[in-house]
Design a protein around this ligand. Structure first.
Ligand code: CUA
Length: 341
């Protein structure tokens, strides 16, 4: 019952997120499962200790009250030898029990860390390089075949039941990759690569969040992990590997021209066009993604228009340049970008 209540409390605090609730106690893979077990064992053990301490404190308070009434007013009160040795036994016993409990917690914690490390499968993994950048995620599917290397942003698809090796990097400051339904936190450190293994047992959409304060928009640095069956994942991958579709009607053709003739191309890449910027999210299949600005807002035409016209009002401090797009060009530009499925 308590488990349900605590989970419900944690979940209601996060209500409003799509897909699975972002929660370490709603595990969707073996790594997160072990962390979940550890979390609940800490919860129950420490909860029971808390209740015992509270009960003993209450008993002591009421007993002390009685004691004062009974004690003589004059003279210093020396406890009898019997009371003295009883107190000593109680204090020594409590100290020993505390040390034993702390030791048990350490062993459980280290044991869980070891058990998670043992889950690092080396056989046929999918390798994804995740780079933290103020304030978005670059997701790169590493493949020895260069034509199968995919770069995308802020959204990661993984096949269910297959181990995924996450190679974490940072381009500026320390970020932390954290998808609580799949694993614990892993820091992304400049000029270093950190490794983490995740695996999803259940198809679903899991929210990830930067978990290391990295500047003004740390709170708006989130990503989606979409776990899907192998065939759906393969279909997604093949579609993403395709260059961007060329617009077929004059309206979106004009949108493409607006994009290519403005500063957008300095930072963004759209494969299949001349836009080859590398400083900002790859937009080749932008229209297929769920969010804008590292999922600060959902990917809708309205949000996109607002983002292009005044990125600072959507996400203050972000590094997107404000491009002067006049009102007649804005709609074609938005429609073109949203057509990049
Ligand atoms: Cu990136 Cu916090």
């Amino acid at each position: 019952m308590t488990r349900v209540a605590v989970t419900a409390l944690a979940l209601s605090a996060l209500a409003g997120c799509a897909g699975h609730q972002q929660s370490a106690i709603d595990p969707a893979g073996p790594q997160a499962g072990k962390i979940d077990t550890l979390w609940w064992s800490f919860f129950w053990l420490l909860g029971i200790i808390f209740i015992i301490v509270m009960v003993v404190t209450l008993l002591t308070l009421t007993r002390r009250h009685r004691g004062i009434e009974q004690e003589p007013l004059e003279g210093t009160h020396q406890p009898s030898e019997e009371t003295d040795s009883r107190l000593r036994r109680v204090v020594t016993g409590a100290t020993v029990i505390t040390i034993v409990i702390l030791f048990v917690l350490i062993v459980a914690s280290v044991g869980t860390g070891k058990a998670i490390a043992d889950l690092a499968f080396k056989k046929d993994p999918l390798t994804i390089q995740v780079t933290g950048i103020q304030w978005w995620w670059q997701i790169q599917y590493v493949n020895s075949d260069a034509s199968k290397t995919l770069v995308t942003a802020n959204e990661m698809h993984i096949p269910v039941g297959r181990p995924v090796q996450i190679l974490g990097q940072s381009q500026d400051v320390i970020h932390s990759f954290w998808v609580p339904n799949l694993h614990g936190k892993r820091d992304l450190i400049p000029s270093r690569t950190t490794t983490e293994w995740i695996e999803a047992d259940t198809p679903g959409i899991y929210r990830g969040q930067c978990a290391e304060f990295c500047g003004l928009q740390h709170a708006h640095m989130s990503l989606w992990v979409i776990a899907e069956p192998e065939d759906k994942f393969d279909a997604w991958m093949n579609a993403q590997l395709e260059p961007a579709a060329n617009p077929s009607d004059p309206h979106t053709q004009r949108g493409q021209q607006v994009f290519l003739s403005n500063g957008c191309v300095m930072c963004h890449q759209i494969r299949g066009t001349t836009a080859a910027g590398q400083n900002a999210p790859d937009l080749t299949h932008f229209g297929s993604r769920r969010g804008i600005a590292a999922n600060t807002v959902p990917n809708t035409k309205g949000n996109l228009a607002g983002w292009i016209v005044d990125p600072q009002s959507t996400k203050p401090g972000n590094h997107m340049a404000t491009i002067a797009v006049n009102s007649t060009n804005l709609q074609p530009l938005v429609d073109y970008l949203e057509s990049l499925k």
